[in-house]
Ligand binder design. Structure first.
Ligand code: NAD
Length: 323
């Protein structure tokens, strides 16, 4: 039988061997609003060679793939394709956005029963994960589901990460940037704890261009309270106005994916299993973690104020009830 060769004369089998294991593949399970926003953000940021989208709703997946792939001539991303649960296990990163979402008035914790079942279903279908894969949980309640997926998969907890309070932190930076009229990139301020109603802002460590926020003219307890209230309620506000939130989380997740694939050792507030971080252990919560190719490489030793520590402990208590 004649050897199959490409246009340059290289045998196809040799070429497949050279390149097959080298391309970066990201799978997104859940082709809804959030999954498609993440796929779009990853595509336009040229982060992966191939983005695989998987969902039980095959029609919706096909529609999302066609729509996103329509823009491929403007980016460097190679392919966006419909894929299968079995294929997802060969990815470098598996992002989980499948599941029930909040209806107006629902808390994220209201989704726990339905979405735990969906996680079980997804990881049963995917099967044993590749030892260097990273799983990124986005579905809510993200802290509870991250802990749950750590229990039902074969990977170490450091390779199962939740998006945590990264989105809330980005919301905070946007708000502070509008208030102080400086770039959000010059603001170092974090939201920690549950990605939900018990989250809190760590004002004691917040700085803008090296200046502690508490010393900034125009900042006081009243402003702090107003901003904190706005951030905590923002998801509810968006859901009330347009049904769901997806663009902000799309870019937040692209930021985490880049930190992993580029091995950036980026310090960001994601959800991971804590081991005596400001006195809290054995629960996944939004806290400052160092993120690289191996997932969570460690936790940044930021010291919270005594009052903030109590808030973190409260969040831990809330989440532990659902584990
Ligand atoms: P959506 O309803 O638009 O999409 C959910 C998708 O999940 C649907 O396409 C559905 O077919 C799919 N699905 C359901 N069960 C499945 C299964 N067993 N296997 C595969 N796919 C399945 O919802 P959305 O707006 O995209 O939200 C998705 C999730 O993301 C929700 O839980 C939401 O609360 C969460 N979310 C998290 C954040 C965050 O910051 N972590 C932000 C926004 C939304």
């Amino acid at each position: 039988m004649p050897l199959e060769v490409d246009i340059l004369g290289m045998p196809k089998s040799k070429k497949d061997k050279m390149f097959s294991n080298q391309k970066i593949i990201i799978s997104i399970v859940g082709a809804g609003n959030v999954g498609s926003a993440i796929a779009y953000a990853l595509t336009i940021k040229n982060i992966a060679a191939e983005i695989n989208i998987v969902d039980i709703d095959k029609e919706r997946t096909a529609g999302q793939v066609l729509d996103i792939a329509d823009g491929m001539s403007f980016v460097e991303t190679g392919h966006v394709i419909s894929s299968t649960f079995q294929n997802a296990k060969n990815s470098d990163i598996i992002i989980i956005t499948a599941g029930a979402k909040q209806n107006p008035g629902d808390t994220r914790l209201d989704l726990v029963g339905r979405n735990k079942k969906i996680m079980k279903d997804i990881f049963t279908k995917i099967g044993k994960l590749k030892s260097n894969s990273i799983v990124l949980i986005v579905s809510n309640p993200v802290d509870v589901l991250t802990h749950y997926v750590q229990k039902i998969t074969n990977l170490p907890p450091s390779q199962i990460i939740g998006s945590g309070t990264l989105l809330d932190t980005s919301r905070l930076k946007t708000k502070l940037s509008e208030y102080f009229k400086v770039s959000a990139q010059n603001i170092h301020a974090y939201v920690f704890g549950e990605h939900g109603d018990s989250e809190f802002i760590a004002w004691s460590s917040a700085t803008i261009g090296g200046v502690p926020i508490k010393k900034m003219p125009g900042f006081n307890n009243k402003v702090a309270k107003k901003i904190e209230e706005f951030i905590r309620k923002e998801a509810y506000t968006i859901i009330e106005k347009k049904g769901s939130t997806y663009y902000g989380i799309g870019l937040s997740v692209a930021n985490i994916v880049k930190a992993i694939l580029y091995d950036q050792h980026l310090i960001i507030p994601i959800s991971s299993r804590l081991n005596n971080w400001n006195g809290v252990s054995n629960v996944c919560l939004g806290a400052l973690a160092i993120i690289g190719r191996k997932g969570v490489e460690g936790h940044w030793p930021l010291k919270l104020s005594p009052e903030e520590k109590k808030k973190l402990q409260h969040s831990a208590k809330v989440i532990k009830k659902y584990l």
